[in-house]
Design a protein around this ligand. Structure first.
Ligand SMILES: NC(=O)c1ccc[n+]([C@@H]2O[C@H](COP(=O)([O-])OP(=O)(O)OC[C@H]3O[C@@H](n4cnc5c(N)ncnc54)[C@H](OP(=O)(O)O)[C@@H]3O)[C@@H](O)[C@H]2O)c1
Length: 310
């Protein structure tokens, strides 16, 4: 099969490509740096017409820290909505048989919920800290439903918690929460600094997914793409979360960093708790084994050690 990975050079895209590459499929990563601008509808259509992928994994987006998606809220909504609208239109018009797989960030869920079940997506407003980005993630579900309703076009949506692992940006405004923490701890340790600043108060509880686990889920999905279970959105959930404080302690232990922590409370915490129900996931992937936090953090520390040389 021909597998197109939009945003294939980004953090999640690279992790997906790494898992898919050794399979027997043809894997095509593409992003802005290759000259495909998904904000340009005609170029996007032309690209889909040329490639005609059997499966399209949509890892393209304009993302950033809570700080960035608040400060640049209008631009975040504008670019992400346009990208999504163009992707669905181009895929349907120019490669109507492609199956579109979307990792939907779980900030799409209502801010007041602390345990996310797929059916509760519409039961309230988003947390204000993610109003801009989360609204565009909800739009993935609306587009999927509407394209199915009118054209029978099939998209598969996975609700996905915060991911971590190798290949993330080193820009503090773009790096994802756990990666940013690991990167900072590695740097602090290398530079023998005595203090490490952490954004927020550390009380927020989050669920974490090792990015290549998402790649393995995509690979398994592709092998049984017509399963009935994929007709509805599925949480990639483990029903388990840890606070930022607990996480940083694990990271400091694993990096060997003995610094003092300071908490920058001027930076937003976001919603207090986000944990994902795994009932539907376990029905579809009963034997899937997630990478443990300890293994995942060890690999991620190794990655940051390799990009911050002595
Ligand atoms: N990271 C997480 O924790 C997480 C969790 C749940 C869901 N997700 C979802 O996974 C997806 C990818 O996130 P990420 O963290 O991998 O983001 P990322 O590292 O910033 O990667 C985004 C990718 O999108 C590409 N892109 C941006 N604008 C584009 C445009 N106009 N035309 C073509 N390509 C464009 C970028 O291209 P260049 O590389 O060429 O700049 C990059 O490859 C998003 O939908 C996100 O919501 C992520």
């Amino acid at each position: 099969m021909k597998l197109l990975v939009l945003g294939g050079h980004g953090f999640v895209g690279r992790s997906v490509v790494e898992v898919l590459r050794p399979t027997n499929h043809e894997v095509i990563p593409v992003s802005l740096r290759d000259g495909l601008d998904l904000l340009d509808c005609e170029s996007t259509k032309k690209y889909f017409r040329k490639v005609k992928p059997d499966v399209t994994i949509n890892c393209a987006a304009r993302v950033g820290s809570l700080n960035l998606v608040t400060q640049q809220a209008a631009d975040i909504v504008d670019t992400n909505m346009r990208m999504l609208v163009n992707i669905f239109r181009a895929a349907w018009e120019c490669a109507p048989d492609t199956r579109l797989i979307n990792p939907v960030a779980n900030c799409a869920f209502p801010g007041h919920l602390d345990r996310y079940t797929e059916d509760r997506l519409w039961e309230g407003n988003l947390h204000r800290s993610v109003l801009s980005y989360g609204s565009t993630r909800r739009m993935m579900l609306i587009l999927s439903e509407c394209y199915m309703m009118q054209y029978g076009f099939k998209a598969i949506n996975f609700f996905v918690p915060n991911m971590y692992g190798p290949h993330d940006s080193t820009d503090p405004n773009k790096a994802h929460a756990l990666n940013a923490l690991i990167g900072k701890a590695v740097k602090t340790h290398r530079e023998a600094k005595k203090e490490l600043e952490v954004w927020g108060s550390g009380i927020a509880i989050r669920e974490w997914l090792y990015a290549s686990d998402f790649g393995r889920i995509v690979a398994e999905t592709i092998e049984r793409i017509n399963d009935y279970g994929f007709a509805e959105p599925v949480n990639v959930g483990q029903n388990f979360g840890l606070s930022v404080r607990e996480l940083i302690e694990i990271i400091l232990r694993q990096t060997g960093c003995a610094c003092r922590l300071t908490w920058n409370r001027d930076m937003p915490d976001g919603a207090p708790k986000k944990v994902m129900d795994d009932t539907r996931f376990r029905k579809i992937f009963p034997n899937f084994e997630f990478t443990t936090l300890k293994e995942g953090i060890t690999e991620t520390i190794r990655y940051y050690e390799s990009i911050y040389p002595y």
